[in-house]
Write a protein that binds this ligand. Structure first.
Ligand SMILES: [Zn+2]
Length: 95
């Protein structure tokens, strides 16, 4: 998600480079998100952040993550259709 966001918004990465190449800001955000995920009791299962009762993200990071999600969400369908559909499916069955 962050890779899509970074590539589209910041354009630090050329198309030739791998998806994992992020700018410092995005790399920091990703690292933070992973750290929070590992600390959250839902762990990696917590794919649907909205449904997590705990406020895992610090407010400044939360705002950035929200922006990334809003930006990359629709684009997931283009770049990673299976991942996006899986995410939607998981959201639905958790209702
Ligand atoms: Zn970036």
């Amino acid at each position: 998600m962050i890779a899509i966001y970074c590539r589209s918004k910041h354009r630090h990465v050329s198309e030739k480079q791998s998806n994992s190449q992020l700018c410092d800001e995005c790399a920091d955000l990703l690292q933070y998100a992973h750290k929070r995920l590992s600390m959250c009791r839902f762990g990696e299962q917590k794919t649907t952040c909205k449904r997590c009762p705990k406020h895992c993200y610090r407010s400044d990071y939360k705002a950035r993550v929200k922006e990334v999600m809003r930006f990359a969400g629709p684009r997931m369908l283009i770049y990673h259709p299976t991942k996006a559909l899986l995410h939607m499916y998981k959201t639905l069955i958790r209702r």
